[in-house]
Write a protein that binds this ligand. Structure first.
Ligand SMILES: NC(=O)c1ccc[n+]([C@@H]2O[C@H](COP(=O)([O-])OP(=O)(O)OC[C@H]3O[C@@H](n4cnc5c(N)ncnc54)[C@H](OP(=O)(O)O)[C@@H]3O)[C@@H](O)[C@H]2O)c1
Length: 369
């Protein structure tokens, strides 16, 4: 697999112009995206649209975006290759339930697409999006930032040292400010089944994507979860079982919750453990056991610090590696990422769909497949 160095080589060369983005959404993630673009010379935002005209206009003013549109149709029509302000890539930062529709509309209009996680709500939608990208010959990728993180590259290296894994526990849990709004009687998008909300789709996706990134698609999925009155899940567990292939015998236990603080994630072989502080963007990474002892000379109880300096919480830093890689790929004429290929995004949605059905979370999109 490619390593960190290739994700950072995006400085424009002579004659290279920045990759031009149109943004859908003016909310939380669109702000992170704009802050990352401000730090990335290879990228520029040309235009934005949002559900409400005034939100798009305010976003454009705040982030010095030259154009704002009242609808996606208007934005796509205004920024074609022969227009006065063409764009190359549409960044889909709208609610989960609109990812498939918005990504498909942008691909059909001839643009490359970076669509936020989760890629889609159903496996049927995910497969159709990939088909559209292939037919229109455009770049398509799910914005799962972890694939491009230096901490995940470090984990890949560490796992190569510890031998066969038996048990992996991946945790993505955080108390959500939107939980407070829900308890106060509101229905934020994160807890609205009509918008594809819930803990599995919002946080469980990080654990499932990481498992598929490292070990491929599991053979069996077993899920439990706690439902809110709104009909979405607020926390739960997904067990991914690997019965065959290189990872035969491995169980990955995915913990996700919007009502608890996070815990560390661990990868265990017979004698060694790799522990990480967070499975979205690992920074504190530790190898514990005899393999660490071999390099430190300390024996079986040894601990080797494999941490990376990341600064993910600083404005603009969150999406910086993902954005750099998308710019590099689009400039190179790629149609997907080899680090986070489309078949992984489809597999993750298949797993999440199965988990949702076992837990009892249904979306309107389920009856459209
Ligand atoms: N990669 C990450 O780390 C990360 C982190 C957070 C979220 N996300 C993902 O990002 C997506 C958005 O989440 P968020 O937290 O940013 O939500 P948010 O703050 O509610 O923002 C959603 C935005 O979508 C806009 N929108 C809604 N319907 C639209 C339509 N029909 N056309 C155009 N725009 C529309 C809203 O417009 P108005 O503002 O005009 O109402 C709003 O600006 C979700 O899929 C989420 O999973 C990813």
């Amino acid at each position: 697999m490619s390593e960190l160095s290739r994700t950072t080589d995006t400085a424009p060369g002579p004659g290279d112009s920045p990759v031009r983005f149109g943004v859908i959404g003016a909310g939380f993630i669109a702000r992170w995206f704009a802050q990352a673009v401000a730090l990335e010379p290879a990228a520029r935002i040309v235009t934005v649209t949002s559900a409400r005209r005034e939100r798009a206009a305010a976003f454009a003013q705040e982030h010095q975006v030259p154009y704002a549109h009242a609808s996606l149709e208007e934005m796509l029509a205004a920024h074609g290759p022969d227009s006065e302000a063409p764009i190359d890539v549409v960044y889909v930062g709208s609610p989960n339930s609109l990812h498939a529709e918005h990504a498909t509309a942008a691909l059909e209009a001839g643009f490359h697409v970076l669509v936020e996680k989760p890629f889609a709500l159903t496996a049927g939608q995910a497969r159709a999006m990939v088909k559209t990208a292939r037919r229109t010959d455009r770049f398509l990728m799910e914005g799962w930032l972890s694939a491009f993180e230096p901490g995940v590259a470090r984990v890949r290296e560490a796992l190569g040292r510890v031998g066969r894994l038996h048990r992996v526990v991946l945790s993505k849990e955080q108390f959500s400010s939107r939980m407070e709004a829900y308890r106060a009687g509101h229905l934020p998008p994160a807890f609205d089944p009509a918008l594809g909300g819930g803990s599995l789709m919002d946080l469980g996706i990080y654990t499932v994507n990481l498992a598929i990134h490292l070990f491929g698609e599991p053979d069996r999925v077993t899920a439990t979860g706690k439902l809110l009155d709104s009909g979405v899940d607020v926390r739960g567990t997904v067990v991914l079982s690997y019965d065959s292939g290189e990872s035969a015998g491995l169980e990955v236990i995915c913990l996700h919750s919007k009502t608890s603080p996070g815990t560390e994630s661990t990868f265990a072989s017979d004698r060694d453990v790799v522990a990480i502080d967070d499975c979205q963007w690992p920074e504190r990474i530790e190898l514990r056991g005899p393999t660490a002892g071999r390099s430190t000379g300390e024996g079986a109880q040894a601990r080797e610090d494999l941490s990376v300096e990341r600064g993910a919480q600083q404005p603009g830093r969150q999406l910086i590696y993902e954005l750099a890689e998308v710019c590099r790929l689009v400039r190179a004429g790629a149609r997907e990422s080899d680090l986070h290929p489309l078949e992984h995004s489809v597999a993750a949605i298949r797993v999440l769909e199965e988990a949702r059905h076992q837990v009892g979370v249904r979306f309107p999109a389920d009856s459209q497949d």
